[in-house]
Design a protein around this ligand. Structure first.
Ligand SMILES: Cc1cc2nc3c(=O)[nH]c(=O)nc-3n(C[C@H](O)[C@H](O)[C@H](O)COP(=O)(O)O)c2cc1C
Length: 269
């Protein structure tokens, strides 16, 4: 069974909302400077800091939550981690978490230098977890040298996280095309514009390139760029983490066995 994630529209409107705010030079919603200055959020020592390179020293060591929402027992778990993931994903959607399909993906160079960024999970099934990106980006270069990756879903509002470790492989062109054609027109054009992770001189360059692509593909369909497509992360381990009181959290890790089954083990928190 394939689980498709039907929340693309939300992401696109989210990005346009962000860019509108940026254009109007609005401050993003969040902690106001007066709230910080009031000392309600943190302690800012004045004379104690002897580090000449540090102008702000925020002590946030008193930010802590006791996790009490729920617990996890081995008997509660589905014997199949993809089914278990599907259940937790649905619960994340029902809880209306913003962008529940946003996940961190860690990659590393051949000699082990790591890097990390957010991408959007687009679908998953027994064969793996699929996301889309630019094949000339930093992450793609690292995956080509070293296919070992880790994914992390930070469902902190539910006091949960899921960590998946495995290997990433490019999906077929036909599979990438199928997803690409389902994207909104603007996102299709955007894929042509950006040579992701390369240094650029300014935003103007992107806007000019977008105008050029709009003219070029005015008639007919936008083709799939050669340098854009999906990766499937084939899992080797999948860990489900549920926060519990006093830091005695529940952690269960599914690990692949030689006969392509799964063994489930509880890990110390
Ligand atoms: C919420 C969110 C969703 C994102 N989704 C994607 C995505 O699906 N694919 C992608 O290539 N980059 C996505 N990005 C941008 C990446 O985090 C990153 O900046 C970009 O892929 C370049 O990474 P790299 O230079 O490490 O390759 C997203 C960023 C955020 C904050």
């Amino acid at each position: 069974m394939k689980y498709a994630l039907f929340i693309v529209w939300k992401t696109d409107s989210y990005y346009s909302q962000l860019s509108r705010n940026h254009d109007k030079k609005k401050k993003p919603a969040g902690i106001s400077p007066s709230f910080i200055a009031s000392g309600s959020c943190c302690t800012i020592p004045h004379n104690e800091d002897t580090n000449p390179h540090r102008s702000t020293n925020m002590d946030i060591s008193n930010l802590r939550e006791n996790y009490t929402q729920s617990g996890l027992d081995k008997e509660d778990l589905n014997s199949d981690p993809v089914e278990q993931f599907s259940l937790w994903f649905q619960q994340a959607q029902e809880a209306q978490l913003p962008e529940p399909n946003a996940m961190s993906i860690a990659t590393a160079t051949a000699d082990g230098v790591p890097s990390l960024r957010t991408v959007l999970l687009k679908y998953f099934d027994q064969s793996g977890f699929v996301f889309f990106t630019n094949y000339s980006s930093n992450k793609s270069r690292e995956i080509s040298e070293n296919p070992h990756v880790a994914l992390m879903f930070p469902w902190v509002t539910l006091e949960r996280q899921v960590v998946i470790k495995g290997t990433a492989e490019k999906i077929s062109k036909a599979e990438s095309l199928k997803y690409f054609t389902s994207r909104p027109h603007g996102s299709q054009l955007g894929a042509w514009v950006s040579h992701q992770s390369s240094v650029i001189t300014g935003r103007k360059l992107l806007e000019l390139k977008l105008d050029e692509m709009k003219r070029k593909f005015k008639e007919g369909k936008v083709p799939l760029p050669d340098f854009w497509g999906g990766y499937r992360v084939v899992p080797q381990t999948i860990e489900f983490w549920q926060g519990r009181p006093n830091r005695l959290h529940d952690r269960f890790q599914y690990a692949r066995t030689n006969d392509k089954g799964w063994v489930i083990e509880r890990l110390a928190p």
